[in-house]
Design a protein around this ligand. Structure first.
Ligand SMILES: [Zn+2]
Length: 486
């Protein structure tokens, strides 16, 4: 799809020569990405994962060869026996001078999601180059972005241009689960080592746009486990009111009455449309709205794209476990729910909504001790046993950046200079390592990275041209922020 171009950039000779270096190093980016894909770093869950040490050793060696100072951190694994040397590594690699006031960092996660090899046309752990694309697990999410940012640092180091501050790269091991052992561990325990404006090289392509977007905010989440209690019995004598599965399904079926907290979304639909019209024509936009370009639509999907979800807090019921035998009424049922919250909403707000909803259903709710329970003075419910015990699996608050911060401004300019189209700022429904960094007050964080396709699916790929363009943008931002102009 063609995008509206803007007037060509006015680049200095030094900038032109830096961008030229990237063109000449196209093969180096491809080779590095191939090496990264070949190291298996799959994560299934917090209990099941490939040891991340191998891929961290690889990037540490690579960064040391560039001349970067490398600091390795280690978060002990909570599920493994002590003494088994299991650790979750994080790495901070730095070039230039350690001046706090002038620092920029790139950031990437090295873990990837699992795959089913039979569904792939190529070997997911051995990168295949075809038609200007690289296929392999992690090519898009996000070993591609990692390779582009590592090469940007390498080229700046090799240019010999003196740095007036420091350029860092943060590597994290567990973004595909919930960042607890990587960015969250670092933010909570080693904030000083990672406290700088940050560009996270996640893939930020937003189909149907051809060039990536810049993501400046994300929803938070409350991942909760609700345990429903009921009375067991013989299946021949049903207990529709006290069967724990029935209780859980009442909770799900009535959830339209669950008034999730409302706030004004940080970005409106109108704002998004206005930005899109800076990139594509009105005619194209209407065409896309009528028939979204979906490669292979799922015949079971009756919900469509769900664009509206971006502008509100949402709930999805994603796991349920109950029952032991066909003729036994279950006395407990565990339901796991995924609530995605807009910036400005707290976890207490979410719990207040759930407490009010449980009161409507006539369920007594137990919340974790640290939270207030709206049912506290409800005399009628006080007499009941606990119907629902709510526990937290993981939570994070939603975030949104101001547009007028130094790195976001530099990135916007560098993006437009390299891609020749207007930058588009978006708000993402998912989360990334940005949420951990912002949770401890680190500011000026933006996501931007090379676009590919099929992230988290079979036949994941990244386009080589996008790797090169992203590398140019990273290099321009670093140069403009950290080098004396000549
Ligand atoms: Zn990712």
């Amino acid at each position: 799809m063609s995008e509206k171009s803007i007037p060509a950039a006015q680049l200095s000779d030094a900038e032109k020569s830096l961008l030229d270096r990237v063109e000449k190093n196209k093969d180096a980016i491809v080779e590095l990405l191939k090496d990264l894909i070949a190291i298996d770093s799959r994560i299934y869950s917090a209990e099941q994962f490939c040891d991340q040490k191998k891929i961290f050793d690889f990037v540490e060696n690579y960064m040391k060869k560039i001349g970067a100072k490398c600091e390795r951190y280690s978060c002990p694994h909570p599920f493994r026996q002590s003494g088994t040397e299991q650790e979750w590594p994080s790495l901070v690699a730095t070039i230039g001078q350690e001046k706090r006031e002038k620092a920029l960092q790139f950031c990437g996660h090295l873990d990837v999601v699992p795959f089913t090899a039979e569904k792939w046309a190529t070997n997911p752990l051995s990168a295949t180059v075809k038609d200007g694309k690289i296929f392999g697990r992690g090519a898009s999410d996000m070993k591609g972005g990692v390779a582009s940012s590592m090469i940007a640092i390498k080229l700046l180091a090799e240019s010999g241009l003196p740095l007036e501050g420091s350029l860092r790269m943060l590597f994290f091991p567990d973004e595909e689960i919930n960042c607890d052992y990587g960015s969250q561990f670092m933010a909570s325990n080693h904030k000083d080592a990672i406290n700088a404006p940050t560009i996270i090289a996640e893939p930020t392509g937003q189909p149907p746009l051809t060039s990536p977007a810049l993501i400046i905010g994300e929803k938070g989440y409350a991942w909760l486990r609700l345990k429903f209690f009921g009375a067991s019995g013989h299946g021949s004598m049903p207990r529709p009111r006290s069967n724990a599965i029935n209780k859980a399904t009442r909770f799900i079926a009535g959830s339209k009455m669950l008034g999730l907290p409302k706030v004004k979304p940080p970005m409106s639909l109108m704002n998004m449309l206005r930005q899109l019209l800076g990139r594509i024509s009105f005619k194209t936009l209407i065409k896309i709205a009528k028939a979204p370009p979906v490669e292979s639509p799922d015949p079971y999907n009756e919900d469509g794209l769900g664009i509206g979800n971006l502008f509100k807090t949402t709930i999805s019921f994603n796991q349920i476990h109950a029952g032991t035998k066909i003729n036994v009424i279950p006395d407990s049922c565990e339901l796991e729910i995924d609530i995605r919250i807009l910036p400005g909403i707290t976890i207490q707000d979410v719990f207040d909504a759930i407490a009010s909803y449980c009161t409507k259903l006539g369920f007594r709710l137990k919340l974790p001790d640290a939270y207030a329970n709206l049912q506290a003075k409800n005399k009628r419910l006080e007499k009941r046993p606990v119907d629902v015990d709510l526990s937290i699996i993981s939570t994070a608050l939603g975030t949104f950046e101001n547009l007028d911060q130094p790195v976001i401004t530099l990135l916007k300019q560098a993006f437009e200079d390299v891609y020749g189209v207007k930058a588009v700022f978006f708000f993402a429904p998912g989360t990334s390592d940005a949420v951990s960094l912002r949770s401890v007050g680190i500011k000026d964080i933006v996501l931007f990275g090379p676009t590919g396709g099929h992230a988290h699916e079979a036949n994941e790929f990244v386009e080589i041209d996008q790797l090169v363009s992203a590398c140019k943008v990273y290099l321009l931002v670093a140069y403009r922020m950290l080098c004396k102009k000549i």
